[in-house]
Design a protein around this ligand. Structure first.
Ligand code: FPP
Length: 264
């Protein structure tokens, strides 16, 4: 007979892990998470597989982390899927990635739609195959009214070219109407970026041990908390994501002021 059922029940209870500690809707969670999904190639090579197998494995994490963000109430997730510099890779790898984007969008959009995901593409249309571009447009249009989470997929994205695009559009507008220099504010400028209308990322994660921003969200990352992990993207699981979010919650964000939420 167990004389101390409550005590022993307490002893048997397992130690809470990071996944038990975060509650959906916690106001201290970031509103916008952005991820540089790095290390797919090394993951595959370490297993004696072709680099493309790493991208395939990385895609599984894309859906898992997207689901997790939606579950936790994180409203924006931006994923760096293909940079303007990635065209320098061997044609075989570039073609594989383009095909992976195409097939994924074709097969998964309806499911993402039922889960309340709004898909937005950030990046430049040039160099992308017209068939892929048409599918991207279709996918964005189909999901545009969803409001559970916005998934920004950065395809053919580069931060410098995004800023140049914004400057060109501003100059064009200035040529068409009177736009006084003092009217150009950070808020006005942000309206010309791909992420117009969205909050800046609160947290940027880069996997695989590299510690640089690699032309990702250069303007928007001004006050983002940066988090680097040695884990390769295909191994970045829900538990580690929760650990990063717990670390984010512990950081004090001062925005250049003296206390949280202070001025610039
Ligand atoms: C970087 O790892 C990863 C990429 C350039 C591609 C990331 C793309 C995916 C995970 C697929 C996403 C798909 C959709 C539909 C959004 P790397 O190849 O540079 O790795 P390495 O540094 O180890 O070589």
């Amino acid at each position: 007979m167990n004389l101390f059922p409550r005590l022993t029940a307490g002893l048997r209870r397992k130690k809470p892990t990071a996944t038990d500690l975060l509650q959906p809707g916690d106001p201290a969670l970031p509103q916008h998470v952005a991820i540089i999904m790095d290390g797919n190639g090394r993951w595959a090579q370490s297993k004696g597989l072709p680099r493309t197998a790493g991208h395939q494995a990385g895609l599984k994490r894309v859906s898992q982390i997207t689901e997790e963000c939606a579950h936790l109430g994180i409203k924006y997730l931006t994923l760096y899927a293909f940079s303007t510099e990635n065209w320098q890779r061997p044609a075989e790898e570039v073609n594989f990635l383009m095909d992976l984007f195409y097939q994924t969008l074709k097969n998964e959009t309806d499911l993402l739609c039922t889960k309340g995901v709004k898909i937005k593409f950030i990046g430049l249309p040039n160099r992308l195959d017209p068939k892929l571009l048409a599918l991207m447009e279709e996918c964005a249009a189909k999901t545009k009214d969803n409001d559970r989470i916005t998934l920004n997929l950065a395809i053919n994205y580069g931060g410098r070219l995004e800023i140049i695009k914004a400057v060109r559009e501003l100059l064009q507008e200035a040529a068409e109407r009177t736009l006084r220099p003092e009217e150009v504010t950070p808020e006005l400028f942000a309206g010309y970026l791909f992420t117009a209308g969205q909050p800046d990322p609160d947290l940027i994660i880069r996997t695989s041990g590299e510690q640089r921003i690699s032309n990702f969200l250069l303007w928007q990352s001004a006050y983002a908390e940066l988090f680097f992990t040695k884990t390769l993207w295909p191994d970045f699981d829900r538990l580690e994501f929760h650990q990063v979010l717990l670390e984010y919650k512990r950081r004090s964000r001062r925005f250049g002021g003296l206390e949280e939420g202070g001025g610039t």
